[in-house]
Design a protein around this ligand. Structure first.
Ligand code: ASP
Length: 326
């Protein structure tokens, strides 16, 4: 066993060598890997074109807030992405209802939920943050606010989405159903070259949900949380289970206590898995993605299949498979 005296001697020696080791590039083993800056991360395969757009802002020295807003507007406007914005699958009554939130490095945040007929809820959320004393506006009030701010009323139900809904109606019994096939959100978190951390999260939520249902995505601390001094996290999957554990706030607080982004995501997933009310099977998905102030990142999900996209100078917009509990 190491004596206390030996321990102090070794610690003193390591301490004296630390600056040298870092300069020589050995900092990795002593103080933990430093990540890249700027960097942007986002959930799922549609994160790739979204990151591409965000990168334009980050690479020219812009603000991470502008990057995440520009980035997530891509899947919001893409009718082929059937779980975000325009072309999203509707609720069980055939209404496309959208949820989104945005947060900057100083705890400024804005959110809209249960918003209909507006293609870019993330930009409405940003205006809630910038132009009102509030954080969250929902439903008809959010729609009126958007119209006052100059947004256009648009029909977001595409013929393709309507067809899928009508098909579902035939045998569904009008029952909301949660399985791995009927959701996916874009959550994006970014660190700019000035060290500012920001995030955005936007979704059409669970398809076939009860009219008025709101998930985790527009809730600060559930679908998205950013603390500019610590890190940022976003989530995807069954929103009810993320809300129950204040998922992304938990991830950020774990990073504050010294966990790496990877460890923090794993612990948050463990909380979901340990919850006795949950039946953990292949239909059950919750995933977290996290980034810290140093540009280190991590991801973890309950089930296999959670992918996320990373764009930095070292990792040129690659799609990665998250590790998972199952
Ligand atoms: N978290 C979203 C919701 O519950 C759906 C998803 O990301 O898969 O509305």
């Amino acid at each position: 066993m190491q004596s206390r005296r030996q321990f102090i001697k070794i610690s003193a020696l390591t301490g004296a060598l630390l600056p040298f080791l870092k300069v020589k590039g050995f900092g990795k083993s002593v103080s933990g890997r430093k990540g890249a800056k700027p960097i942007v991360l986002s959930t799922w395969h549609f994160g790739v074109p979204a990151n591409e757009e965000a990168w334009k802002v980050l690479n020219s020295g812009g603000w991470a807030l502008d990057a995440v807003e520009a980035g997530v507007r891509i899947p919001e406007g893409d009718p082929k992405v059937m779980s975000v914005g325009y072309g999203g699958l509707p609720d069980r009554d055939g209404h496309v209802t959208l949820d989104a939130c945005i947060m900057d490095e100083n705890l400024n945040c804005g959110s809209v939920a249960f918003l209909e007929n507006i293609m870019h809820p993330i930009s409405v959320a940003r205006l809630v943050m910038e132009k009102t004393p509030h954080i969250m506006i929902v439903g008809e009030g959010a729609y009126q606010f958007a119209i006052q701010q100059g947004f256009k009323k648009e029909n977001l139900l595409t013929p393709e989405a309507e067809k899928v809904w009508k098909e579902w109606m035939k045998n569904s019994g009008y029952k909301p159903k949660i399985d791995d096939a009927n959701h996916d959100t874009i959550g994006m978190i970014a660190l700019d070259s000035g060290g500012r951390l920001c995030g955005a999260c936007t979704t059409s939520g669970l398809s076939w949900k009860i009219h008025g249902r709101v998930g985790d995505s527009p809730i600060i601390g559930a679908g998205l949380y950013v603390d500019g001094e610590v890190g940022a996290a976003t989530s995807t999957g069954i929103g009810e289970e993320v809300i129950r554990i204040s998922g992304t706030h938990l991830v950020v607080e774990l990073m504050r206590q010294g966990r790496t982004p990877q460890e923090a995501c794993e612990e948050a997933v463990n909380r979901v898995v340990k919850n006795k009310r949950n039946k953990i099977d292949s239909d059950f998905q919750v995933g977290f993605l996290a980034l810290n102030k140093d540009g280190e990142y991590g991801a973890y999900a309950v089930n296999k299949g959670f992918q996320y996209a990373v764009y930095s100078k070292e990792e040129n917009n690659i799609l990665k498979d998250s590790k998972s509990h199952i």
